[in-house]
Each structure stands twice: as C-alpha cells, then as structure tokens.
Design a protein. Structure first.
Length: 357
C-alpha cells in the first residue's frame, strides 16, 4: 500500500525457530510479489560482500519492469560505484558490474554514506515498480558494529523517505544491545519480537498433532513427559519427537518409549548440537561456562561466577566478552550472564563432571 512499516529483528536463544520463521516470512513475501534478499551473516565475511551480489540481482529483476527500468539502472550504476570504491576496504567484495558507475553516486568510500545511497536507489526502483524489497538477514549478531551501523542508518534514511525497502532480521538476544550500541535510535526504528519456547499447551500440540495426523497416538503421560524434558524448546521437541517415534513399536507411544527416547535424544544432542559449540571453545572459556553451569540454568551475576573460579569479576571481563562474541552467552541485564543455548548448563555438567578451579 506504500505505507511505511518498521523493520523487524527477531531475537531468541539457539534453536527456538528464528530461521524457520524467517524463511516462512520470506516465502510468504515472495508469494505476494515482494522482492526478497536472503543473507546469513557469518563470522568472517563483510556486509558489503554479502549484500552487493544480492542487491544486484534485485536491481536486475526490477530493471525488467518497464516503469522502474531507469531507476533500477541508476541503482546498478550506484552498485558499480559502491563496489569499485569499497573493494579497497573490503577485499572480499566481489560483484558483477553491469553498467558504468556514475561519478558521485555511492562512491565516497564511506560505507555508511555509500550503502545509504545504494539502498535509496534500490528503494526508488522498487517504488516505481510498485513493489517492495525486503532484506532477510539471519545471525545478525555476527555483523561488525560499523557495518551494522551503516545498515541501520541506510534503513533509517529509506524509512524517512517512505521508500519500500525494509529488513527482517534474526539473531541471538545480544542483538538488542548491539543494535543500540551501533545506533542509539535503533530501538525506535525496529521492532524486536522475542522468540521463545512454546507454552506447555503449544508444545503438547507440536508433539501430538503431527503423529495423530498419520494415525499414531501418544499416551497422555508420554506426551507430557516430552513437554517437561524439552521445556518447550522447538528444536528439542523435534529431537524428542523423532526418537520417541523410533523407539515405539506400535501406537500409542508409551511413557517407557519416551524414557528410552530421552536417553537417545540427550546422547544425540551431546554428540552434535551441544558438541559443535563446545569444540569451538578455548580451555579457559570451557572453565568459565562450567562455573556458570555449577550455579544452574541462570542468569547469574558475574561476581558469583567469578567467586566459583576464585577470581575477581574484572579479571574475567575479557573472557566473558569473547564468549559473548562467540554467541555462547549474553547479558540479559547489566552484570548478568546467561547461556544462549537452552539446557547448555546440563550439558556442561555432563561433559565436564568435575569443576576445575
Ligand atoms: N515452526 C516450526 N515447525 C516445525 N519445526 C520447527 C519450527 N520451528 C522450529 N522448529 C524446529 O526447531 C529447529 C530449530 O529451528 P531454527 O533453526 O529456526 O532455530 P533458530 O532459532 O534459528 O536457532 P539458531 O539460533 O541456532 O540459528 C528446526 O530445525 C526444527 O527442527
Ligand atoms: Mg537460526
């Protein structure tokens, strides 16, 4: 309708369904004729390198719309200037060049200004084509602060001009603070829906319904046991559902099947979901997380964690910061520390039974 809409940044712990939601929204948007761009921010690639090739494709598509052709072509010139200038700063930036750059258009060499000019041109082309461009960006917490700031600033400018270009992002809970640090007005520019575990009622549905649809029932006690064990976390529900299905010989699935499934699900998670994260940690980081686990699920005061390790909280600051950067923990409020992976405290106690000090 041409009205403006706030960008959306979904935040939540590991495995709650952010990526599933992001992709569902994207396919819904595509079905409505919206141009979408899907990127995932990994830990080691720059935003311009990720964004430029996708913006190019969107601009090429828009250039096929008669009413938008000139604007989209100007967008491609902006992209050429953007790539040519910023390549020096971002060596991983590579994109096909379709038209010659236009002097002064997105070629200042300053990411914030150039990205703004490029996104504005894209927005103008989308508007002329009576459509919208939506950026779907996953794992946003891994963007570098200045790159995130540039993206926020470009979106802000486009929103001010009522251009139909917007962002749907997803990331770990630390995203809220990262956005605020990058640009203080970010909290007004974005909605931050919190994606959390399912309620017990929803979790029960998620377990019972798909089985019922193919003629298999759960004993009530069995389904309730899964809800309790998984605490309603979508990824765990998926794992428990699979193992319960595999363990049961016939319908209905019984409590004894679920008991067996729990052992197998925990073993499978320990081998994969938890393990890959554990393997990326240094020995000191492992020790820190093990100390947290000693205190239970959390959140915990930094001072309490330090006490367990017989250290001063200040001395552990850099360690804590690197764990936040790796996406293992986050700070729900000042001085508090919590795991980003549900049930990680239980895993830490299993894999490191002894607390070393
Ligand atoms: N709506 C859903 N329907 C069915 N399964 C779902 C749904 N949402 C989540 N799941 C299950 O949970 C798993 C994790 O979901 P997803 O990958 O979206 O989590 P995430 O929040 O992106 O996690 P991460 O922070 O680790 O990227 C999925 O692979 C799937 O098994
Ligand atoms: Mg995800």
């Amino acid at each position: 309708m041409g009205n403006s809409a706030k960008s959306v940044l979904m935040v939540g712990l590991r495995g709650v369904g952010k990526t599933v939601l992001l992709d569902q929204m994207r396919s819904d948007a595509e079905r409505l004729g919206v141009h979408t761009i899907r990127i995932e921010a990994p830990e080691n690639r720059s935003l311009p390198a990720l964004l430029a090739p996708k913006l190019r494709l969107a601009l090429l598509r828009l250039s096929h719309v008669e009413a938008a052709r000139d604007y989209a072509q100007r967008g491609l010139r902006a992209l050429a200037g953007f790539a040519k200038t910023l390549k020096l700063k971002f060596n991983d930036l590579e994109v096909g060049i379709d038209l010659e750059p236009e002097a002064g258009l997105a070629d200042n060499g300053d990411l914030e200004g150039d990205l703004t000019a490029l996104m504005e041109q894209t927005g103008v082309a989308a508007k002329a084509a009576s459509t919208a461009v939506v950026l779907f960006v996953d794992e946003l917490q891994y963007l570098k602060e200045d790159e995130f700031a540039a993206l926020i600033s470009a979106l802000h400018r486009c929103a001010q001009q009522k251009l139909p270009i917007t962002l749907v992002g997803a990331g770990l809970p630390q995203l809220l603070a990262l956005a605020g640090n990058a640009k203080s007005y970010a909290e007004r520019l974005f909605d931050f829906p919190q994606i959390g575990p399912l309620t017990p009622g929803e979790a029960l549905q998620a377990i019972v319904k798909p089985a019922q649809e193919i003629g298999v029932d759960y004993e009530q006690q069995a389904a309730l046991a899964i809800v309790t064990e998984t605490k309603g976390f979508p990824y765990f529900l998926q794992e428990w559902g699979k193992h319960a299905w595999d363990c049961a010989q016939s319908s209905p699935i019984r409590l004894s099947d679920v008991r067996q499934a729990s052992r197998e699900a925990v073993a499978a998670l320990d081998e994969s979901f938890f393990r890959v994260r554990f393997d990326r940690l240094t020995p000191k980081e492992k020790q820190y997380l093990r100390a947290m686990a000693e205190l239970g699920q959390g959140p915990h005061r930094s001072g309490d964690i330090a006490n367990i390790l017989h250290k001063r909280a200040n001395a552990l600051g850099p360690l804590r910061a690197s764990l936040i950067l790796k996406g293992m923990i986050w700070s729900p409020s000042h001085g508090d520390t919590a795991f980003t992976v549900p049930l990680f405290h239980e895993f830490m106690r299993r894999i490191m039974p002894e607390l070393e000090k």
